[in-house]
Design a protein around this ligand. Sequence first.
Ligand SMILES: [Zn+2]
Length: 278
Amino acid sequence: MRETIEFRVPAEQANMFLEPDLGTWLGDSVRKVVLPMEDPRVKFIGDLNREFRKKGRAFFTGWEISRHYTRRELEAAEVLQLLIRTVFEPEGEACGTKYDDAAACPLCGAGAPQLTELHLDVRRIPRKKDLAVTIAGEVVLSGRLVKALREHGITGAEYRPVRHKSGAVSDEWRQLVVTSTPVDIVPPTKTGAGPFDLDEQGRYRCPRKHVAGLNLISELWVKRAGYDGSDWARTRQLIGTRRGVLRPQEQLLISPRLYRLLRELKAKRFDVEIAHRA
Ligand SMILES: [Zn+2]
């Protein structure tokens, strides 16, 4: 596995502290820098950011860790984390989906049951995709994909109707609801507020253990015991925070069999990371 990290650095700071030819410009105000995780400049950027934070600023304004695997590594994986790359808005709540927020954890906001079918502005779901997720974490699958999942007897999920804002049922989309037994996130999984901030104080961890952290920083490790072997699985602990329309989100896991099927179908648009059972 090869791990890289991308930083978005404002121009003024990039010009002052980074080599002139490092990274690429996005417009004329932000530099995008991608480095292998073990590159010494990653630590340098982390140290700079720590100094900036002391002054109430940030050296970089965005970051993302990517993991790259060989075909052989992917084929040997026991379980994979599914990352849906098509994200859209508005979220369900803005389109009439009701949640029981009164039942959510008062500390972290997790666990508000969805009371109605998922209502969306269906025209806003990106076209020609098979998997998409709202900014609030609601996952929809194309009819084509759902048909194939059913034909292949893929287990562990229901595909529920999606409704237009008007109330009419969509012919094209279904909501993915994972129904298999949730699996526990376990060490050595790392979560944090940022790549250099593992949130030692637990600002983003629910004391009642509903939310494990703001971001996943490492690959995902889940408890072997309690995994019921379904093709679709989800984590019991959520990642993220309740802020505005955002909600902490369960992490999706898929079996090797489901991964092969998504690849054969050329389902758009997803990536996977290897997850581990411990
Ligand atoms: Zn909680």
